[in-house]
Design a protein around this ligand. Structure first.
Ligand code: NAD
Length: 383
């Protein structure tokens, strides 16, 4: 079977397969056909792919010939005109935010797997692209903030005077937030953390950070460990408590997201204005609206001396390791949908296959995407 690997759009530096992954594909009787220049932004040359056993080819050829297409981002309409019905498309498509595109892919008979929909279970950990990429985002958020902050991170006692440690506030202690805590602590900052899931308190404390507690958060247990929307009363108490910490922070790193929904607004304009000039906010939730009302996605703005960085793809700023880990996530997933002889084998009894498959056989089959699509269709529209 032919696995086609596409060059990502201009703004993306990552690639789904690196030369070092190709031997593993060959072992499973899968041959790699990769678009010319696909790995260049991740420092992988066409020559390196060829030397590893891949065939470098044109985009049109790959779109027409591949049985499985690997692409991190969604394809263009022009691309889709070439893809054959029955082709499998595998990437990170955020289907809950791209319902119309998913319905179009279904109508074209393309089978779509979205790696961000893989259940967050122990068995799926090695395929969890959200974790592998969020880990990078948390690390880079702190480095980015350290580069912008006009202060040291660690405490210093020098002959010229003493420097207090930087104060970092992290909102959301998921994968990105936990890595941000670890990185900020390594650099010597004093770190405070807030999350609506009390389950993360112990992890936060074991990393040496202080956990800010607000009583009465809605129970996230039924949402597979994800956060859920909170009551009005909780949000008000949470805002008051966060405001105290924001005013004292040199750096705020916000990572709070709710799958399929707009990110919660946690840091108000008034809170931003309470921060000292020179302070920095890195908003990792920028792609889903941001955790501040001032955040602009993929842009840095300055508001009354506070810089707010809307960072939706920090993983892309570490393209070699981000591609290495993403590529391994894909390699770990492929045995669930292909045989050792290199044939397609979709077993929907497997919860990981079922959970990540969005379209198949001309239909939207992913429960959550389907129910969102149904609720968004105008009354009387064909479903
Ligand atoms: P995420 O990116 O969805 O959200 C980031 C964090 O923001 C979460 O910790 C969330 O609780 C928090 N948050 C949401 N709303 C908030 C609010 N109003 N105020 C403060 N914080 C808020 O999170 P994620 O990193 O993708 O992790 C989501 C879940 O998946 C977690 O339970 C995590 O432990 C779990 N997980 C499981 C696996 C696995 O077993 N395969 C791997 C990684 C993560």
């Amino acid at each position: 079977m032919i696995i086609g690997v596409l060059k990502e759009p201009e703004h993306e530096t990552r690639v789904a397969v690196l030369p070092e992954h190709i031997a593993a594909y060959q072992k499973r009787n899968l041959s790699i056909r990769i678009e010319a220049g696909a790995g260049s932004a991740a420092w992988a040359s066409d020559a390196a792919y060829t030397a590893a056993g891949a065939t470098v080819s044109s985009r049109t050829d790959i779109l027409a010939a591949a049985d499985i297409l690997l692409s991190i981002h969604l394809l263009t309409t022009a691309d889709l005109a070439i893809v054959r019905p029955g082709t499998v498309l595998l990437g990170v498509f955020q289907p809950l935010y791209h319902i119309t595109a998913m319905a179009e892919l279904a109508a074209k008979g393309i089978t779509v797997f979205s790696m961000d929909m893989i259940p967050r279970t122990t068995r799926a950990q090695s395929m969890d692209v959200l974790s592998s990429q969020a880990n990078i985002a948390g690390y880079k958020a702190v480095l980015l903030a350290a580069g912008l902050l006009p202060h040291y991170f660690p405490m210093f006692m020098t002959a010229a005077g003493s420097i207090p440690p930087a104060r970092v506030l992290i909102l959301g202690a998921g994968v990105a937030g936990l890595q941000a805590i670890a990185t900020a602590k390594r650099l010597g900052a004093v770190v405070e953390v807030f999350d609506t899931r009390p389950a993360v308190k112990e992890e936060v404390m074991s990393l040496g950070a202080r956990f800010v507690e607000v009583e009465g958060a809605a129970d996230a247990a039924a949402a597979g460990g994800y956060a859920v929307e909170q009551s009005q009363d909780f949000q008000q108490r949470q805002q008051a408590r966060i405001a105290e910490s924001v005013a004292k922070a040199d750096i705020v790193i916000t990572t709070a997201q709710i799958p399929g929904k707009k990110a919660p607004l946690l840091v108000s304009t008034a809170m931003v204005e309470s921060m000292r000039a020179g302070s920095v906010i890195i908003d990792i939730a920028a792609a889903t609206g941001g955790n501040t009302p001032l955040t602009q996605n993929d842009a840095t703005i300055e508001h009354q001396g506070v810089r707010i960085v809307g960072a939706s793809n920090l993983a892309g700023t570490l393209p070699s390791d981000a591609s290495k880990l993403y590529g391994k996530n894909i390699l770990n997933f492929l045995p669930l949908v292909t045989t050792a002889e290199g044939q397609l084998n979709l077993n929907f009894a497997d919860d990981i296959v079922k959970g990540s498959c969005i379209t198949h056989g001309g239909e939207l089959i992913h429960d959550k995407t389907k129910s969102l699509a149904t609720s968004q269709l105008p009354v009387g529209a064909a479903q």
